[in-house]
Design a protein around this ligand. Structure first.
Ligand SMILES: [Zn+2]
Length: 384
């Protein structure tokens, strides 16, 4: 990252120098286009400074008065810069239209042409440098800045062409070039402003949401992904995920899943600084009530039969427990048997640790129901 930051710094310093040269030469040669190009460079410097600022601000940890961090400060600065950029473009537009109306002609000064030409060459070198370092350090923002410098090359070349046209007698060329540059600056300002508004309004980042979803879907124990929210800046994102787990899952396992989700997302998507998890639990749908041969509630998992109740439709059926007299692995076998009937809740008085673990692993919640009850209706009432 150090090399990327240095590239940004070199670019900003170069642009400050170009700004001074272009504005001064533009004033002396009476060229609106050259002044506009100078202001264009200044606007670019403001943008670069914003990138530094953003990294600094985003690094500041959350504190007691700002528990969600400080990342929105960057967007506030961005918004201010965006407005300044838009204002400066309107200023240039006004000036160039005025000089067009007044028939103001720049002096064809060789130093002014030289400054514009030098600016074009410098920007081409900057573009190559930033793209090279950007590729090397995998900094997409630096690569984007490098591509932007190519636009700056065109801007300065337009000034040169304007001068040549003025020299050939087309007096209006300089103002027309200035108008074109002001439109380019207006676009830069607009995108900066839009970016800041997107962050302040918590606009969703669809691409990021898709990435988060694909990570979640690979995590064991996540039954469904219910909601994904994203917010934050390009460099520091906060992700909120809602997902559903089986009703029988114990708190420790849910805790492990949450940690896994958070770590996996942060590892795969480095710009994510915080993951908020909300866990939903599947609703009890099918209840199994153990009964004896007289149809009374026993509260024992190894009873001869079960009443299987569909809690949504109210439908009931009695099934025999084939593992009623099993010698070994009774908990395992009965859990497997209940799962076949899509049972996700079982009413018992008490259950051993081993059997409880088997039930949990199949997503079946153990509901402890008072031993005094005998009647199925009473058990149903106690469960609901
Ligand atoms: Zn530019």
């Amino acid at each position: 990252m150090d090399e990327a930051l240095r590239a940004g710094k070199v670019s900003a310093i170069a642009n400050v120098i170009l700004t001074v040269f272009k504005v001064v030469a533009g004033i002396f040669a009476n060229s609106t286009a050259l002044i506009a190009d100078g202001i264009h460079s200044l606007v670019d410097v403001l943008g670069s400074i914003l990138v530094w600022l953003g990294i600094k601000v985003a690094e500041r940890p959350a504190d007691a008065s700002h528990p969600y961090g400080h990342f929105k400060a960057e967007s506030l600065a961005e918004m201010a810069v965006g407005l300044v950029i838009i204002l400066s473009s309107l200023l240039i537009l006004h000036e160039s239209v005025l000089s067009l109306v007044n028939g103001s002609v720049p002096n064809f000064e060789s130093y002014a042409v030289a400054v514009a030409l030098f600016s074009a060459i410098a920007n081409e070198l900057l573009a190559r440098y930033k793209i090279r370092v950007g590729v090397k350090t995998r900094s997409t923002s630096l690569i984007a800045e490098g591509k932007h410098s190519r636009v700056d090359v065109l801007s300065s070349m337009a000034v040169v062409v304007g001068f040549i046209l003025v020299y050939l007698g087309y007096w209006w060329a300089d103002s027309v070039v200035a108008i074109a540059i002001s439109v380019v600056i207006l676009q830069i300002g607009g995108s900066v402003l839009k970016n800041s508004i997107d962050v302040l309004m918590d606009r969703v980042d669809e691409e990021l949401a898709l990435k988060v979803k694909s990570v979640l879907e690979k995590i064991d124990g996540v039954k469904s992904v219910d909601f994904i929210g994203t917010r934050g800046t390009m460099k520091s994102k906060i992700v909120e995920v809602h997902f559903t787990v089986d009703i029988g899952m114990d708190a420790e396992t849910i805790d492990v899943i949450q940690k896994e989700i958070s770590e996996e997302i942060k590892e795969r998507i480095p710009e994510v600084v915080n993951v908020v998890c909300v866990v939903n639990i599947t609703k009890p749908k099918v209840l199994a009530i153990p009964i004896d041969l007289n149809g009374h509630y026993t509260g024992e998992l190894d009873s001869p039969s079960f009443v299987i109740v569909d809690l949504e439709s109210g439908e009931r059926k009695v099934v025999e427990n084939p593992h009623h007299r099993a010698e070994k692995k009774k908990g395992y076998l009965i859990s497997e048997f209940l799962e076949k009937y899509s049972v996700n809740m079982v009413a018992v008085k008490k259950v051993g640790e081993g059997a409880r673990a088997h039930l949990r692993s199949r997503g079946i919640l153990v509901k402890v129901v008072n031993s005094g009850l005998r009647n199925i209706e009473d058990v149903l009432r106690a469960v609901s």
